[in-house]
Ligand binder design. Structure first.
Ligand code: PMP
Length: 356
């Protein structure tokens, strides 16, 4: 079978070994003669899946015991609302505006309290990570660790002292080592580095959950969701099962330390090509470049449509930039193998020669 190199931003590439394993187990999971899609979420076989997924996540990230792990629905977008709905209680939060996703988080938070935009890079088209002027009386500070559209990433997180730092890690979770105890909460949609769309991971410090707002709809309450261990209602069973397989794949491949080394190598190879060739230019400031979403333009920009079309014919899929900004974007998540980047770089060199 001719698998393509998949550079889509999300839903995105999944490890080949994970897809193979899911295929092998699709009709007969655990020897029970049924698919994991067909069994009760309260059955012992599924409980083992969700518990193993949580355990692997805890081990890989080193999640301390005083944090809860939840598998929720509604995407990261639901977290844009659930975070302020549960935690803000009419107070004030600091948000850093780094791009499209941060902006969406800000507009949802405004429904539940006061938002102080503590920093913004809108002045330069969100091409860099801005410094933040943090308030002393904020309930929490919210940042977007990797802006999937703009291609910028926090390489070090701001020091927020005793104020909980809450991070949208949708597009770079599990891509590097992390000190979870530095954060009040981390959330991420699964569909980039974790699995298919349909499940959102939330890791939250228990004191924040304990102090969260009361009288919320059950589905939107961290207290209830964590008490019920993500089984308040029918969870997205199949998506959680794939997350479990991806975690096992990560573990078998050396965990976060090893994936970080590989991600650094992949990003360097691609950014070096962008910097050394003359037809391409990166859109993000070098110091804040994302190692997951590599955004670039061609000169002249009119060549971009041809570049994307010919890349596709070459088996390199999904290089079109987000519709809101145009240009090109190569999303190079954990599951993108180094040969995929090498192939892209060879294609960029060839395209440059032919179009100079
Ligand atoms: N945050 C970031 C950084 C994202 O990249 C995305 C989706 N691309 C979202 C939030 C929204 O995620 P979802 O579609 O799961 O709601």
């Amino acid at each position: 079978m001719d698998r393509k190199y998949n550079f889509y931003a999300g839903p995105a590439i999944l490890p080949y070994e994970v897809m193979k394993k899911a295929q092998e187990e699709l009709l007969d999971f655990n020897g029970i003669g049924l698919s994991v899609m067909e069994i009760s979420h309260r059955s012992k076989d599924f409980i083992q899946v969700i518990e193993t997924a949580e355990e692997k996540i805890r081990t890989l990230l080193g999640v301390p015991d005083n944090y809860s792990v939840m598998f929720l629905q509604g995407g990261a977008s639901m977290q844009f609302a659930m975070i302020p709905m549960n935690l803000l209680k009419g107070g004030k939060a600091d948000y850093v505006n780094t791009g499209s996703w941060a902006k969406k988080a800000i507009s949802e938070a405004k429904l539940f309290g006061t938002v102080n935009v503590a920093g913004s890079s809108e002045d330069k088209n969100f091409s860099y990570i801005p410094a933040a002027q943090l308030s002393s009386d904020a309930v929490y500070v919210h940042v977007t660790s990797n802006e999937t559209i703009g291609g910028i990433q926090y390489h070090t997180f701001p020091d927020t002292g005793d104020i909980p730092l809450i991070v949208d890690m949708s597009s770079d979770i599990f891509s590097r080592r992390l000190e979870v105890s530095r954060f009040g909460a981390i959330y991420a949609g699964a569909q980039k580095n974790m699995g298919p769309a349909g499940v959102t991971l939330v890791i939250m410090r228990n004191d924040l959950i304990d102090n969260a707002a009361e009288n919320l709809a059950s589905m939107l309450s961290y207290k209830i969701q964590s008490e019920k261990k993500s089984l308040l209602n029918t969870p997205p069973c199949f998506a959680i099962y794939i997350v479990k397989l991806v975690m096992e794949w990560l573990e078998a491949n050396g965990g976060l330390e090893a994936i970080e080394v590989r991600n650094n190598e992949k990003a360097k190879l691609l950014y070096d090509a962008i910097d050394n060739l003359t037809l391409y230019r990166g859109t993000a400031e070098v110091k804040d470049r994302s190692k997951m979403n590599v955004t670039f333009r061609l000169t002249p920009e009119e060549l971009e449509a041809k570049f994307i079309k010919e890349a596709e014919e070459h088996g390199l899929i999904g290089l079109k930039g987000h519709r809101s900004v145009g240009g090109c974007r190569a999303s190079i998540y954990n599951a993108m193998p180094l040969p995929g980047i090498e192939e892209l770089v060879r294609f960029m060199e060839k395209f440059e020669k032919e179009n100079k």
